[in-house]
Design a protein around this ligand. Structure first.
Ligand SMILES: NC(=O)c1ccc[n+]([C@@H]2O[C@H](COP(=O)([O-])OP(=O)(O)OC[C@H]3O[C@@H](n4cnc5c(N)ncnc54)[C@H](OP(=O)(O)O)[C@@H]3O)[C@@H](O)[C@H]2O)c1
Length: 318
């Protein structure tokens, strides 16, 4: 496993990180989920991403239990705030940020997170209030750094222009071979300001592993076949996308790597990315995914990937 610096922070994160969205909020059976977290450490992953909203606290509680007893300084822990935790608890007001960080820390069984991220932008709260509250959380030692997920460039700029508040060090966009939109504005803006990308759904929820065949039922035990986890995959599983993805197989074979490794190495080709946050429902997937770290893709392969996926890319939405 290779490691990168997270933006301008002093956090060193594994190029492959472990996420906990649908998988460890109830989608994957408990024992299997625990095995995945342990496997992540075995393959050199030191960076774990979660959010208060994943299972309304369930993913954080699960991680708190599994991570108990593991040296806290040996891994980088990130969580998020914004989405509803109850009828009344949501958003990025000062009151919510202070309430939610304490609740997250309690569930996670730690007195600090390394990274506290705004899960989305809150247009109902003045930006200054949000940034001041986040800065207080850092000053109180409850978070070491702050980040955001899926903020529009204008909002990122506005936050960077506020005086006397903490600066963001991370951006968490959706990014994969099938979803390149953040390259246009978010990547360059962030690079200019010491903000690293930690990207989500880098395997397009498993679609880029090639296991879904056009016109065929999804394999048993896959996310697409699981009604607890397949609610966000419709566009990704169109025959147009799946057919194009199948055409990546010969490229992976030529390089003697798996399709998952091809997809993740493609992401890591860009040094503006600090880490690709994968999900995993089985420990073997983490061994497969971790081996993408250190794979360099040559220019010819990158051009071929562009050509092969051209028919799939433009219409794909999350
Ligand atoms: N900031 C945000 O708004 C946001 C949004 C979404 C996600 N995230 C973060 O990003 C993380 C990753 O998202 P994601 O789970 O969608 O990522 P992903 O890595 O694109 O998809 C993960 C899923 O693909 C399958 N898979 C993974 N590796 C595989 C392999 N080597 N071979 C075959 N199948 C494999 C597994 O599902 P099956 O085995 O069940 O098929 C796994 O659960 C989340 O956990 C979360 O932390 C953030």
């Amino acid at each position: 496993m290779k490691y990168r610096q997270l933006g301008d922070s002093d956090l060193t994160v594994s190029e492959i990180a472990l996420g906990s969205w649908l998988t460890y909020s109830g989608g994957v059976e408990r024992q299997q989920a625990e095995a995945c977290v342990h496997k992540a450490f075995d393959v050199g992953i030191n960076f774990i991403d979660t959010a208060n909203v994943y299972g309304r606290g369930a993913a954080e509680s699960f991680l708190g239990e599994v991570l108990r007893g593991i040296d806290r300084s040996s891994y980088v822990l990130a969580t998020k705030v914004y989405f509803p935790m109850s009828e009344t608890d949501q958003g990025l007001s000062a009151k919510q940020i202070h309430k939610q960080i304490d609740a997250s820390l309690q569930r996670l069984g730690t007195d600090y997170v390394d990274l506290y991220q705004c899960h989305r932008y809150d247009s109902d709260t003045p930006l200054e209030e949000t940034m001041t509250a986040l800065s207080e959380v850092v000053q109180q030692g409850k978070a070491r750094y702050i980040g955001f997920s899926e903020w529009k460039p204008a909002k990122i700029r506005a936050a960077l222009n506020l005086p006397n508040v903490e600066k963001f060090v991370s951006s968490q966009p959706q990014y994969s071979m099938l979803w390149r939109q953040p390259e246009d504005e978010v990547f360059p803006l962030c690079a200019d300001h010491g903000i690293g990308q930690i990207v989500w759904s880098p395997l397009a929820q498993g679609v880029l592993t090639g296991k879904y065949k056009p016109g065929a039922a999804p394999p048993a035990n896959s996310r697409a076949a699981n009604d607890k986890m397949n609610g966000f995959m419709r566009e990704l599983r169109s025959d147009r996308v799946l057919s194009a993805v199948q055409n990546l197989q010969p490229l992976a074979e030529r390089l003697n790597i798996s399709m998952a490794q091809l997809a993740l190495a493609w992401i890591l080709r860009d040094r503006r990315v600090s880490a690709a946050i994968v999900g995993a429902s089985r420990p073997e997937q983490l061994a497969d995914n971790a081996a993408a770290s250190g794979v360099d893709l040559d220019e010819t392969t990158l051009r071929e990937i562009d050509m092969v996926l051209a028919p799939a890319r433009p219409q794909v939405v999350s």
